[in-house]
Ligand binder design. Sequence first.
Ligand SMILES: Cc1cc2nc3c(=O)[nH]c(=O)nc-3n(C[C@H](O)[C@H](O)[C@H](O)COP(=O)(O)OP(=O)(O)OC[C@H]3O[C@@H](n4cnc5c(N)ncnc54)[C@H](O)[C@@H]3O)c2cc1C
Length: 467
Amino acid sequence: MATQTLEANYLIVGSGAVGMIFADQMLTESNARMIIVDRRAMPGGHWNDSYPFVRLHQPSAYYGAGSRALGVNRIDDSGLNKGYYEQASGAEVRAYFEALMRERFLPSGRIQYLPMSEYVGGDQIKSRISGETTGVRVGKIVDTTFFNTEVPATHTRSFGVAEDVALTAPHLLARDVGRHGHYCIVGAGKTAMDVGVWLLQMGADPASIRWIAPRDSWLINREITQPGDDFYASNFGGLALQLEAAAEASSVRDLFARLEQAGQLLRIDRDVAPTMYRGATMSVAEVEVLRQIKDVVRRGRVRAITGSHIELDEATIDAKPNTLYIDCSARALGERAPKPVFDGNVITLQLVRAQLVSISAALIAHVEANYEGDGEKNDLCRPIPPASSDIDWLRTMLADLRAARRWSMDKPLRKWVADHRLSGFGSRGAGHPDAKNINACIRAARPLAEANLARLLSERDASAFQA
Ligand SMILES: Cc1cc2nc3c(=O)[nH]c(=O)nc-3n(C[C@H](O)[C@H](O)[C@H](O)COP(=O)(O)OP(=O)(O)OC[C@H]3O[C@@H](n4cnc5c(N)ncnc54)[C@H](O)[C@@H]3O)c2cc1C
């Protein structure tokens, strides 16, 4: 039985990035009182379990909450991100959310934070320490668990490993790395890429690394994600190039060829057609480093590893002796079917701008605070499923274009999006010699891109259906 009952306008389940960003925007734009509950001891969600060499893959400039900057907008002058805006490390992201809670949320007097506590459904929160139950009486529940983020430190491995096999995960790699002659990276996502880059930067011989990558990935070129005035031409000029490619492509294959040719998307092996796109962002320098790994095994996912063999979906191959296997197979964002963001007394936070969790959470809070009725709110906040396959580049671009069109018809919302630090529109190109041209290209290509992407997607769906 509950020993006490807490009251608030909102119960936010999860103090990961998404819950923190929503709460921050609600503090700014409403008088709401909120309870934030999390199983973990500290805000920041999965960043509390991240590997030591993790960094945002986007610039810090448009990650985090709306009320305070993350980092100081420094341009890195060394390393593989040289020349680009800083990307916070995992430790910096954790410190940022902890400070946001301590310096803004709690002093506001409008937020009660219950760490080490689990929302068990209904109106009940249970302490993970005492086991005591607290009742809540709230207007709405904000569910931030939709993404169901998995990281290697906490996920459940889907393949078997014999006892005599040395297996580690990225968060323990620095501890385990020295005693082995070979390394085998298991997984094809951004974490696997980070591990490959880290091993090579730490001095591993490229020939000592094997990479089991079930799928190759299209990568966003970090050059086009930079917010500052200096990057106006690559950022907005890049958008113009993407829209032109989307408007003119005769097929999906032709579209990717154009995007690569225009420097918008990268791939590690130019001889392999990627089938994955998850919005991972890399610099050309990082891609060059990864190209040093030649032993890339593309025979499906790992099913089991023994001292002598690796069993894959499509083959069984010899295992190299004295190998350290590094499990990078956690899938980061889950792949649940989208649901309405606003549904009575439940708000389910999802992406409403492709790939960008921060502005998505802030925008949903803005709409919650300023608009009436689930119908209107859901029309402005249509969920965009996280990208997974190559075709999702088309789906997410189309969804973004449609969302931007809906938002632009609402003048205050258009201004809110354009001005918000998290939207990534850092520069408007004021005074840039190419600004007029670039803006004209974007305006002209937008409707054509929207129409052509819809056509390419329906053709693709039709051929998949026939097959
Ligand atoms: C390595 C990595 C790098 C990334 N880099 C970027 C990037 O550069 N840019 C970007 O936009 N995105 C990035 N992402 C995507 C990332 O998932 C988001 O940035 C974000 O951190 C996800 O936050 P979240 O709040 O959705 O999830 P989580 O961090 O998983 O937080 C959810 C929280 O909810 C709590 N919780 C769940 N259920 C309950 C319950 N019943 N009761 C109480 N608490 C509960 C959990 O304990 C957890 O703390 C990255 C992801 C990974 C894995």
